[in-house]
Design a protein around this ligand. Sequence first.
Ligand SMILES: *Cc1c(COP(=O)(O)O)cnc(C)c1O
Length: 473
Amino acid sequence: MRKDFNPALKTAMQHALHYLENVDERSVGPTASLETLRQRLCKDWNDDPMAAESVINDLAKDIEGGLNNSVSARFFAWVMGGSLPSALAADWLTSTWDQNAGLYSVSPASAIIEEAAGPWLKDLFRLPPSSSFALVTGCQMAHTTCLAAARTWLLKQQGWDVERQGMSGAPRIRVFCGARHATIDRALHLLGFGDESLTSLPVDARGALDPGALESALHKLDDQPAIVLLQAGDVNTGSFDNFEALIPIARRYGAWTHVDGAFGMWAAASPRFEHLARGLERAHSWATDGHKWLNVPYDCGYAFVAEGEAHRASMSSQASYLTQEGLARDPMDWNPEFSRRARGFATYAALRELGRSGVRELVERCCDCAAQLVAGLGELEGVKVLRSPIINQGLVTFPDPSGALSNEWTDKVIAEIAADGTAFFSGTTLNGQRAMRISVCNWQTSGEDVTKTIAGVERVLTRMREGLRLETR
Ligand SMILES: *Cc1c(COP(=O)(O)O)cnc(C)c1O
């Protein structure tokens, strides 16, 4: 029996520190090819056992160049944060303690840490203190959790018990949205809503749902149950729906309103941006992420539900061998998972490390950096700003050297910036036009990173233009 954890853990610690301390020297994007990674990792499975530390050493060596350096301060792709030191350390301990956080009786501290962190989060987002909550794997599962509660609540009003009777033959629920994230569709599919249940309504130039359009869509429904999907922070434009106008309309028609606030809800932590979230507290449910702007390691999302009873009814599970004493909050009653990681520890650690003022500072610094980055890029030859940041997201595109907007050239520039390695961005499509998305949500990003990034992009653009001139000569 091997009881010595020392060699493997010390080896892992050395690799971890080496990785984190050299973050600035490494290319931000991956450098290893597909063939290389397959060749290194897809080995014949060994018959004989290996020393744990050799497994870890091999692992660290074999993945080299195959990681997206998303903990870097100059990683601006998708919407990904890094990890705060305390959150990472708490996450290590979470694995060490290896708790099953389903029930209070199975892991008391794992349950109570959620009782502590839940109210802090509700306070941060200014949500009703009476809302129920769940710590889930990500925003998609937060959507799924919230919309399961919506389904239960809406159908109950129609005299239909969905937990007992299922979805087949149930009264039809209509779903309305403006712009939406792809995870919404997946959550709906998992819950038995087909694409035909979903109606996209017109949005304004900023991407926000038009209140007049919502009103007329709900008016036509004739008391049919409905869900209205709203956004705090569109993934492309960062735009916010007008909650103060939209939620009262939805409520008047008895519709359930759900807010996708994966990253945007964090704006509520800053007095400079809280006006964007105004009125959001009147929604029925909210979904957000910890692994984005709070900078806790993957996987961590949060679901909040104003109708706690419906939330619990949609998730609760009773089995004879489980002891639910009712003394404390059992996460299983609120979560889609059965056995689950004790993900409250990392959230709790991050919230304490930052404190209330630290979350505010983090949000504001990221927004400032995003604004500087987009403005600075916009001044370069060959860059056109499509969307200046409302909070921490912006969009630019790259007209080709003749000045024409070109999807092909834009994708080429994004790829060249990634290959250059100074910074890393991802592409997106807005109204048919390819664009580069700038998303700033890393706790380490500073003005210096912004300056370095702009210089890096300028270098790439100059090189590409010169290359083209040589080619055409
Ligand atoms: C990232 C994101 C999601 C999905 O979150 P996951 O944590 O990846 O499941 C949903 N909505 C928006 C707006 C996002 O940015």
